[in-house]
Design a binder for this molecule. Sequence first.
Ligand SMILES: [Zn+2]
Length: 684
Amino acid sequence: MPSRPLATFFVLAAAAAPLLLAAAVPLKSGVTFAYRDMHVTPGDDFDAYANGGWRAAAAIPPDRSSIGVGYEVSQRAERRNAELVRDAGAGNPAADTTRRMIADYYGAYMDMVGIEARGLAPIRPQLAEIDSIASRTDLARALGSRLRADVDALNNTNFWTENLFGLWVTQKLDEPDRTVPYLLQGGLGMPEREYYVSRDPENAKLRAAYRTYVAAMLRLAGFTDPDARADRIVALESRIASAQADRVTSEDVDKANNPWRTADLDRLAPGLDWNVYLAAAHLKDQPVIVAWQPDAIRRISALVASEPLQAWKDWLAFHTLNRGANYLPQAYDDLHFGFYGRTMQGTPLQRARWKRALGYVNADLGDAVGKIYAARYFSASSKAEVQEMVRNLLTAFDRRINTLAWMSPNTKAAARAKIRTLRVGVGYPETWRDYAGLTIRRDDPLGNAWRAQEWEYRHQLAKLGRPVDRGEWWMTPQTVNAVNLPLQNALNFPAAILEAPYFDAKADAAANYGAIGAVIGHEISHSFDNSGAEFSATGKLENWWTPEDFAHFKAASAQLVRQYDGYEPIPGVHLKGEQELGENIADVAGLSAAYDAYHLSLHGRPAPVIDGLTGDQRFFLAFAQAWRQKTREAALRQQIITDGHAPAPQRAETVRNLDAWYSAYGVKPGERLYLAPAGRVRIW
Ligand SMILES: [Zn+2]
């Protein structure tokens, strides 16, 4: 069975309304009429109909790769975060309090004068340590000491780390009561192996730009022979890329459950000195490590022995600089942005420093900020209202599953058990991290980041051997996103996404169900889709579908793969229906369930007509408007290559799979989005 990660709702690469339009007062209907383009027939291009007026006026800010709702909402969260961080330092809070940590972390990052004065000094001890590597044993120790909990295969689906490997700690796939460490492939500076192995001329250009960047970084840091070193580094990474599993394989959870006894690692994956590596990574006492991509880990381990020691030393030195560049003097920061922002994303301008400072505070002290954020900005009445929507969504799903003709009774019972036991977190977690033991210094931004990452790593290691906490959150309340946690049979909807236009306590229900309702439905559906079918109500990896259930699902999903393969947002570049399948199914299912839930919320009363639009019209319009987005071509290209989600305009056009959309907008055969009833994909 092809498997997919359950994944987050979207990747926040971007998006925002221009100030001019953002200032428009939202209508009571919850949709914005001025965003529409009335020259477009809804059935030809529903995204253009719903958002064409907005798109014509919207300008992507120079420091962004896109603009749209996600950015609009995240800007609100950012303003609040800024306010909160500023207040944290007020009144000189005592040392070791989280308020002091927040203030000092932020202050250290903003202290450009101090950063320039210190130069490379903060990173020199690490570079010296790398320089002193004289043997493969030393190398294994250096590699092990850099292992961090910076990947996440099933919740936030982050498969990238520039360290040799990445660690993820959660329950064992087939023993939900046991917490284990998962090891994932890593080692690349560009965000996906395809950049190294593809024959596409655009990717060849990026490879050349990357090599130039690597040399420039080494030259700036005073390394001799930077060009020769860059050649070695890029050659080594190309071999690592060839050794790596591709994205589709990485996402296949059925290939991931490979518990390796640590005592057997030297035999299972010879090359790397595993004893030394695990000791340096504080994993020596673990009886088992789960190899997520076993072939890749085996082949990368072999490269540690076969590739020249000097190539590995160069690679370590470069990645130490690369990871630290954002915290080093301006010249390093600029160089880093020049490649990752300008070249790879097409973004002309670096984001303002204070915004980046907030981003790092949130990444490294997320719960400290989140606790204050939730208390200040998320009302009890909003929480209750969203919980009511969640109940209606769950009822809608339960009814849909109960009436499915194709699903066998046993499978239905298992699905309904998952609905009953699903833990839906709204706003914020029930318990908070306290960051005890983490040192944050006012004069050491680079050290703060590294210590925070090490603290996070220790925090994750501390979960090993303890009971599994099914209430654990994997997103902070101030994050504008949502996530499905398959192993915990749980969902997180952070406070920061429960905001207009996704959710507006003052708006009519149709718009709320079309916008945040579809988001909630999307996440719920991941519990029952081709990935969700792999996990029982307890989060155990065991497929609860019959072969017949799967056959129907596969046939229906093949239709959806074709539907998305047919989209060509950039001439010559088609969407990857197979890569996006799980997310596209979730969009169809989420929208369908949100539609049912909206009608449940009416309790048999007719929907009001507001400003000439019926309830169903507003529902679909709000859905499409929640996807209004404009993206730079380079970023769009990167998204199509690397991401499991379809671009926003195609997500808006999910509507073409629902019968109710055809009647709401009078969509007729011959219109571009029209699908004959048999071609509309209904899985749930
Ligand atoms: Zn999703």
